[in-house]
Each structure stands twice: as C-alpha cells, then as structure tokens.
Design a binder for this molecule. Structure first.
Ligand SMILES: [Zn+2]
Length: 248
C-alpha cells in the first residue's frame, strides 16, 4: 500500500445535483489531513467509506485545511467543530492562509457558534474554544504530521490557496478553485499527481485550456470540481470519481 493516499470525498461544484462538493482526504502514516469541509460532512465520509471500502469516520480526522470560505468548501465546518466539541471534547486543528483566518470566524461561523445554552444559562465562546489554528503563510512551508505544505494564491473571487503537499518524497499538487493561470500550472508542475479544477465562468478553469497543456503534464493530471454537464468520456484528462483512492 502506498504511503501517501488521496481519498476522493467529492468531485462536484456548488450547483451539483449528483455529486458531493469537492473535498479530499489525504492519508500518510495513518495521519489524516482533510482538504476542505463541505456540508453534511459525516455523510460525505460515510459515502466515501462505502465506495472506497475504507473505514473512514470523523473521529480519525482532526486536521482540516480550508482553502477558501466559499460554502461548498467549508459549510460543514460548523458541524464538524460542534461534533469535536460535544462528542469528542476536542478542538478542530484548522489550517488556512491568513486571509481566510481573518474572516472565517467573524464572517462565517461566529453567528451560530458564539453562544451555547446548558439548559440554565448561556455561555460565550470564541474561535479558540473550537479551533487550534496553524497559519499557512504565503512563501513558507508548513509541517503538519508527515505533510509539508506550500500554498499559492489562485485567481478566484475571494482569497483562495492552491497547495503543494509533500509526504514520503511524493508531491501532490491541487489547484483548488481558480481561473486558468499558467503561473499556477508552473507551481503544480513538479507534482507526481496534479489535481486541477475545471468549471464554468471567469473565476474557474475552462477545460480547453487544460486540454492544450503538454501530454506529460495531462497524464499526471486529474480533474475535479467539474460541472454535472462535463463530458468525462471525451475528456483527454481523466476525471476523479467519488470514493476513488489515488496513490500519489
Ligand atoms: Zn470557490
């Protein structure tokens, strides 16, 4: 068994009727690192466990890297943090770039999480009651368990990071949400496995730009975050499928 695996939790976009939103689970040396956290996260894990034949559940995952605060990438975080708080008496190990940390509590989570009632009285809580934070600083490498993580800003509506993640000398590159960007392709190019998004609109990457890349690059590339209408049969780059386990 490879020592750096990617379990495909979801491959769809925010509008999909047939797919879970795009999310990955990286495993090396038994250490789990979740990339993004869509809605109904425990159901997402259960689906992927069923499809992959792997025993995956939330009690094994403490580390979450959130690439940006669009809902399809982080709507599950509130439920995960409540689960860790109430069911496991733990905090979520949260990793993000500084721009995401700046707003993830104050503009996404605070309203529903800052107050708890114990049946008699209300208690005020803060970000630090639910989360342990590790910043992913632009231009430096962050080490978490067996993973070494580099981030790069993408071309998207709001601050978003692509990642290059190394474990066991193997390199995963993931574009996250982005318009087509030749400089980002250069950042991802050294990876043994490149996961790239494709979708519609100015803030996403059109398939034709990726199809025009050199063959040796396309052979190491897999597509994710594709629309329901995407024709995987005619695509010259293989799509990822939910529950699929990739070896980096
Ligand atoms: Zn997005």
């Amino acid at each position: 068994m490879s020592e750096f695996e990617v379990i495909t939790l979801g491959v769809g976009d925010a509008f999909s009727e047939i797919h879970r939103p795009t999310a990955l689970l990286l495993i090396s040396d038994g250490f789990h690192l979740a990339i993004d956290c869509p809605d109904m996260y425990r159901a997402v894990l259960k689906d992927a466990a069923g499809r992959s034949g792997r025993p995956i559940d939330l009690t094994k995952i403490d580390h979450f890297l959130i690439t940006h605060i669009h809902g399809d990438h982080m709507n599950g975080l509130e439920g995960v943090a409540f689960f860790k708080h109430f069911a496991e008496n733990k905090r979520v190990q949260l990793l993000s770039v500084p721009e995401v940390r700046e707003v993830i509590w104050s503009e996404r989570l605070k309203g529903s999480m800052e107050q708890l009632w114990n049946g008699k009285e209300y208690r005020s809580l803060t970000f630090d009651d639910y989360f342990m934070f590790t910043p992913l600083d632009w231009g430096s490498i962050t080490n978490i368990g067996p993973f070494h993580i580099q981030v790069r800003r993408t071309k998207h509506h709001i601050p978003t990071c692509a990642v290059r993640i190394i474990a066991k000398g193997r390199v995963l590159g993931y574009s996250c949400d982005t318009a087509f960007d030749p400089e980002l392709i250069q950042f991802l190019e050294p990876a043994h496995l490149i996961i790239h998004e494709t979708n519609l609109g100015p803030a996403h990457t059109d398939y034709t730009s990726l199809a025009a890349l050199p063959a040796d690059l396309r052979e190491r590339m897999r597509l994710i975050h594709y629309p329901d209408t995407f024709n995987s049969k005619t695509s010259t780059i293989q799509v990822m499928n939910e529950g699929e386990v990739l070896h980096v």
